[in-house]
Design a protein around this ligand. Structure first.
Ligand SMILES: Nc1ncnc2c1ncn2[C@@H]1O[C@H](COP(=O)(O)OP(=O)(O)OP(=O)(O)O)[C@@H](O)[C@H]1O
Ligand SMILES: [Mg+2]
Length: 235
C-alpha cells in the first residue's frame, strides 16, 4: 500500500474546476515530483492533500484510510505537513520563534528536539536564530519555511516550489536538503518549475495539465520523454 493514494480527486473554485480527476500514489520514503505549467493545478492539489482546501469529489487515503473529510489540523497530527508556495512565515518573529510556532502540535521537549534537528539540517539558521525572519535572504527564508514544517515531525512533507526565486547555488542547496530529509525517512512530495533538477532526484514523477495527471514515470523516464523535454525542459 502506498502512503498516499489519490483517486479521481476533484476540486473547484466556485464552479470552476481546478482539479479534474487526479490519480496519484505517493510511496513511503520516496521522493515524488509533480511538474506542470502555470495554472495546471499543482498548488491546488497540495492544498487539497493538506486539507487547506476542500475536495469536491474523489478520495485521498493516507495509510489506507480516507482523510478527505478531516480538517487540516487533524491531517497535521496524522503526519502531513505543507510548506506553502511563497514561504509565508511570520516576518516580525525571530527565526527561533517561527520554529516554535511550527511545533504547536508538539510538547516543549519535542519542540527543543525539533529546533536542534532544524539547526543541524540548516546550520545558517542557528547563527540567525535571534534575528527577525523578515530580515533573512530568500534562500534562508525557504530553509526556515522547510524547518518550520518539519517541527510537526511529519511523515509526509509537501513542498510547493521551494526553489522559486533562488539563485542556482541556493537551489542546489535546497535540493540537497530535500534529499537529506528523504534519507532520514521523510516521504516527500515536491512541486517544481525547475523540472530538470527535480526529475533528476525523483523516484516517481507526474506531469499535470489543466487539472489532470497526464504522464507518470520514474524520474529518468520522464527526463527522457519527448513531451516532457519539449514542454518543461526546453530541449
Ligand atoms: N483562489 C483562487 N480562486 C479562483 N481560482 C483560483 C484560485 N487559485 C487558483 N485558481 C485557479 O485554479 C487553477 C489552478 O491554479 P493553481 O494555483 O493550483 O496552479 P499551479 O499549477 O500551482 O500554478 P503555478 O505554477 O502558477 O503555481 C488556475 O486556473 C488558477 O487560476
Ligand atoms: Mg502553484
Amino acid at each position: 500500500m502506498a502512503l498516499v493514494e489519490i483517486e479521481k480527486l476533484t476540486s473547484h473554485y466556485g464552479r470552476i474546476p481546478a482539479l479534474r480527476g487526479v490519480d496519484m500514489r505517493i510511496e513511503e520514503r520516496q521522493l515524488s515530483v509533480l511538474v506542470g505549467a502555470n495554472g495546471a493545478g499543482k498548488t491546488t492539489l497540495m492544498r487539497t492533500i493538506s486539507g487547506v482546501r476542500p475536495a469536491s469529489g474523489g478520495d485521498i487515503r493516507f495509510e489506507g484510510a480516507s482523510i478527505r473529510r478531516l480538517s487540516a489540523a487533524k491531517r497535521v497530527r496524522l503526519g502531513i505537513a505543507q510548506v506553502p508556495e511563497g514561504r509565508q512565515m511570520f516576518p516580525a518573529l525571530t527565526v527561533e520563534d517561527n520554529l516554535v510556532m511550527g511545533g504547536y502540535t508538539r510538547t516543549s521537549a519535542e519542540i527543543r528536539e525539533g529546533i536542534d534537528r532544524a539547526f543541524a539540517l540548516f546550520p545558517i539558521l542557528k547563527t540567525k536564530r535571534r534575528e527577525l525572519a523578515g530580515t533573512l535572504s530568500g534562500g534562508q527564508q525557504q530553509m526556515l519555511a522547510i524547518a518550520r514544517a518539519l517541527m510537526s515531525k511529519p511523515r509526509l512533507l509537501l513542498l510547493d516550489e521551494p526553489s522559486m526565486g533562488l539563485a542556482p547555488l541556493l537551489v542546489a542547496e535546497i535540493f540537497r536538503s530535500v534529499q537529506k530529509l528523504q534519507a532520514e525517512g521523510v516521504t516527500i512530495f515536491l512541486v517544481e518549475q525547475n523540472a530538470h533538477a527535480a526529475l533528476k532526484i525523483a523516484d516517481r514523477a507526474y506531469v499535470m495539465e489543466t487539472g489532470r495527471t497526464v504522464l507518470e514515470g520514474t524520474g529518468p523516464e520522464l527526463l527522457a520523454n519527448d513531451r516532457v523535454r519539449q514542454a518543461y525542459l526546453g530541449i
